[in-house]
Write a protein that binds this ligand. Structure first.
Ligand SMILES: Cc1cc2nc3c(=O)[nH]c(=O)nc-3n(C[C@H](O)[C@H](O)[C@H](O)COP(=O)(O)OP(=O)(O)OC[C@H]3O[C@@H](n4cnc5c(N)ncnc54)[C@H](O)[C@@H]3O)c2cc1C
Length: 319
């Protein structure tokens, strides 16, 4: 039976949704799934990791792992992969995952593929799908034998309710500290903000909102929906939004249940970051704006009139 090792994505002690999504996919392709988790004081996550579909939980729980550090985290993953005999090693889409995956592949002498959106097992080998050239083509990458380390694109796999697992915790020894790079502090986003990668709804602003007052107007809508607030690159380049909010080819890739594009033209580089969203709603005053080709619902109108109406209607519905 093919064995998949999923790397748990933990942020401030909380398990992110990608972990359950990857475990569900492992089950869906008929593989045996285990999970490896690194952090400080994370033992309490074991029941959740089992419930999400893993049959073994490799846990590296040590104060030295409180802050992310690519070298020590990679050592833990390699240790777990060897013990489990993993064929596939899957990371969720995050900066830390992208930093650790190649280190793990190099240490295991395994193949490595980033940004995959599907996996198939066939004739003892593995085939993965990777969108390339701003989603214009889909690469089919065949790995005839041996191990594959992969980073899975955000939202590519869905978590399913009916998966089962069992608690079987294996403690990993704390890895040696990385002497080449020491992480002293992790500066996180403003507290209380919803992480774009985890948000069920993302509301994004484009140049159409013009200025800070426009951003505040749309942020009100995002707050009503408990949504993450995203941005186009044009807004980041104008210094109006921080880069970590940028959605697109050179920003974050998101795939929420609902993506609302407010005052966004729909450039191909922006679409590359949000096209996988389940439902897309666009508000733009230009009926020819390319965003309407990608949208499921389009409102042609001035956002400064449309957004207050949307907020009113949402309030009424919730009423
Ligand atoms: C290598 C490269 C990488 C890039 N990476 C990214 C990326 O990761 N993410 C990204 O977003 N972009 C990226 N870009 C930039 C991208 O090409 C676009 O320039 C950018 O997405 C445009 O942003 P925008 O839609 O906010 O602005 P615009 O294209 O200027 O669109 C503004 C829209 O607002 C509408 N509008 C104006 N006023 C109103 C109003 N009152 N009511 C309603 N609608 C209104 C207009 O009709 C227009 O459609 C990249 C470009 C390059 C070359």
């Amino acid at each position: 039976m093919t064995k998949v090792l999923v790397i748990a994505d933990i942020k401030q002690g909380v398990l992110k949704s990608s972990t359950a999504q990857l475990l569900s996919k492992a089950k869906a392709i008929g593989a045996e799934a285990a999970v490896v988790a690194m952090g400080d004081n994370i033992g309490s996550l074991v029941p959740d990791l089992a419930k999400a579909g893993s049959s073994t939980q490799y846990i590296a729980d040590d104060p030295g792992l409180k802050l992310f550090s690519a070298g020590p985290f990679a050592s833990c993953v390699v240790n777990a992969a060897k013990q489990f005999g993993a064929d596939l090693i899957w990371f969720g889409f995050s900066e830390s995952g992208k930093a650790v995956a190649p280190r793990v592949a190099a240490q295991l002498n395994a193949a490595c593929a980033t940004d995959i959106t599907d996996v198939k097992l066939q004739d003892g080998g593995i085939e993965v799908i990777r969108p390339a050239i701003t989603n214009k083509v889909l690469q089919r990458v065949a790995v005839p034998g041996g191990q594959l380390v992969a980073v899975v694109r955000a939202g590519a796999f869905e978590a399913t309710e009916d998966v089962t697992g069992s608690e079987n915790m294996v403690k990993l020894p704390p890895p040696a500290a990385d002497l080449k790079a020491v992480i002293r502090q992790i500066v996180s986003e403003e507290s209380g903000e919803i992480d774009l990668g985890d948000a069920g709804v993302v509301v994004s602003v484009g140049r159409g909102v013009r200025d800070q007052a426009g951003i505040d107007l749309v942020k009100g809508l995002a707050d009503d929906l408990k949504a993450g607030l995203g941005s186009t690159r044009a807004m980041v380049d104008a210094g109006l939004m921080p880069h970590y909010k940028q959605v697109g080819q050179t920003g974050k890739i998101v795939a929420p249940s609902l993506y609302m594009a407010i005052g966004i033209s729909g450039a191909i580089q922006h679409l590359a970051g949000m096209k996988g969203s389940k439902v897309i709603l666009a508000v733009n005053k230009d009926p020819e704006a390319p965003i309407f080709n990608a949208a499921d619902y389009g409102i042609v109108g001035d956002l400064f009139e449309v957004v207050p109406i949307l907020r009113q209607e949402i309030k009424k519905l919730r009423g």
